[in-house]
Design a protein around this ligand. Structure first.
Ligand code: KG4
Ligand code: ZN
Length: 367
């Protein structure tokens, strides 16, 4: 069976994976998968700095290549194809992974595969096994990540139709921006989810935008939270929040403001915000599945790590008669296993890319 080595360097995570196909439909064997996060390198700048990201990719990628090859007990010459994310993403970051994969492909005389990052997320729910003879089954798929929020109609491998996408912030971006307003650490999604567990999702009425459309909008929700903060006497902080310790020297009542020790307010706000996002995602996904008359709904991307989103989407699918598949949590946030998986499916289907193919920071899922 074929073995694919893939690199993912579209943003601030450096990732390498080695994947081997199997004869049956039980899903490929992940021989090794490594992700080096750069969160701490960018944290102090309040966002990703492209030059730092690409420099770090250059440092981490060779180490991860060595580590994955030895964990997989494989020699590079045994790999059948080299894949890399070719877009969308940061140009200087994409270039690192793609150049390495091209170099390896040329050096070992093997095929190169340029993979769309979004296709990596899109097909990741099938990682544990494609379905019988039909391979990738038709489905309506929700991709929810830090950079993208999309509904996609999947007909088969390489045959996709974008149903809707965000017109402003992605869902993950909204989680990150609201978390920042609350002084929580980056990435904000897991922080908000943690606090939301003890909160009341009905405490604050927040908007559910564009429910009648197939597109998404989350910037109004973010703004609604911003305007709510002074009213509920929560002080927005750009710094890291320290639990129970007053920020900006304010201890609360004396100034008429509230300190963050009032965790019930914070938890309720996080739960209400999270529920507003989930309501929009679930409503639109189910409406699309009904409209396009599919049997299967899938979800992927970093935000789909959110257990409450998975639970509510799964429940809504069951209520409406749809089968539901989600990506494994380790495959939800950016990783190279999902890129290797698409590479393997494409290789098996007879596709190959030219090493002259350029990276494309604005690569669309459907060209
Ligand atoms: O897919 P991903 O790793 O990167 C992109 O392709 O953008 O997604 C990262 C995003 C971040 O915005 C992060 O806050 C969000 O996924 N995220 C979550 C959770 N875990 C990660 N959002 C909500 N709940 C979570 N548990
Ligand atoms: Zn991603």
């Amino acid at each position: 069976m074929k073995t694919v080595l893939a690199l993912e360097t579209s943003c601030d995570e450096t990732a390498v994976a080695i994947l081997r196909g199997r004869d049956d439909h039980s899903g490929p064997e992940l021989l090794a998968s490594e992700v080096a996060s750069q969160i701490t390198a960018h944290e102090k700048y309040g966002g990703i700095v492209p030059e730092i990201a690409s420099r770090n990719h250059l440092v981490y990628a060779p180490r991860l290549l060595d580590r994955t090859a030895s964990a997989a007990r494989i020699d590079f010459s045994d790999v059948d194809a080299y894949a890399a994310t070719s877009g969308p993403g940061l140009a200087s970051s994409l270039m690192v992974g793609a150049s390495i994969a091209k170099g390896l492909a040329i050096g070992f005389g093997k095929p190169y595969l340029a993979i769309n990052h979004l296709e990596g997320h899109l097909l990741s729910p099938f990682f544990s096994g494609v379905d019988g003879e039909v391979g990738i089954r038709p489905n309506v798929s929700l991709i929810v990540s830090g950079g993208h929020t999309m509904l996609v109609r999947v007909h088969a491998l390489c045959d996709y139709q974008v149903i809707g996408r965000t017109v402003d912030d992605a869902a993950g971006e909204a989680f990150d921006k609201v978390a920042k307003m609350l002084g929580l650490a980056y990435p904000g999604g897991p922080e908000i989810e943690k606090l939301a567990r003890d909160g009341d999702p009905n405490r604050f009425g927040l908007p559910r935008s564009m429910l009648g459309s197939e597109n998404f909008s989350f910037s109004g929700l973010k703004t609604a939270v911003r305007y709510l903060l002074p009213k509920i006497h929560v002080i927005p902080s750009e710094g890291k929040r320290s639990r129970g310790i007053p920020v900006n020297g304010l201890s609360g009542n004396a100034t008429g403001s509230l300190d963050f020790a009032r965790d019930d307010v914070l938890s309720d706000l996080c739960a209400s915000f999270q529920q507003a996002i989930i309501d929009v995602l679930v409503t639109k996904t189910i409406a699309s599945a009904q409209k396009y008359d599919v049997d299967l709904v899938t979800v992927s991307g970093g935000v789909s790590c959110n257990e409450e989103l998975r639970r509510q989407l799964h429940e809504a699918c069951s209520r409406n008669g749809f089968e539901f598949k989600n990506a494994e949590p380790s495959l939800c946030t950016d990783n190279a296993a999902m890129i290797a998986f698409v590479g393997l499916l494409r290789l098996q289907a007879g596709f190959e890319s030219q090493v002259t193919e350029e990276i494309d920071p604005n690569l669309e899922l459907v060209r």
